[in-house]
Every structure is written in C-alpha cells, then in structure tokens.
Design a protein around this ligand. Structure first.
Ligand SMILES: [Zn+2]
Length: 74
C-alpha cells in the first residue's frame, strides 16, 4: 500500500490555473476513492478525499486538500 499523495492546500476562491493562469475555478468535493469525471473507479486505489478544482477557462482539473474548519483548542 502506497502513501497517499500529499495534496496542495486549498487555494481559496481565487486560485490560479497551473495551465493558463486564469484566476477562477469551480470547486467540487470528491470523496475518497471517487474518480475524476471520465476516470474508472479502481477499488482500493482511488484518489484521496479532496477538493477538485476545474478551471473555468481551459477546463484543467487539479486536486487540492480539504479546507475544513480549524478545531478550537480549549
Ligand atoms: Zn486554465
């Protein structure tokens, strides 16, 4: 079993597309193992839970880490 790939942090509402430098992208939640559109589901070898970004200009898709609320320490 391989280590899950570390995802880059969530880049917020103004990401920069790595391919065309456009600064707006859609965000889609993907559960662990859920493939990208058009990818085959491979049981046990899927992608981690993540936020999938899709460039609004060129449709390039890349993955970012979840942006969960920080836990309060008391
Ligand atoms: Zn783009």
């Amino acid at each position: 079993m391989t280590e899950p790939t570390t995802l880059p942090p969530f880049s917020g509402d103004d990401p920069t597309c790595p391919k065309c430098s456009y600064t707006e992208a859609y965000t889609h939640y993907r559960a662990a193992g859920e493939p990208r559109p058009g990818e085959l589901m491979i049981r046990g070898r899927g992608r981690p839970e993540r936020l999938e970004r899709c460039c609004q200009r060129c449709d390039f898709i890349w993955d970012e880490a979840l942006n969960t609320p920080q836990e309060q320490r008391s």
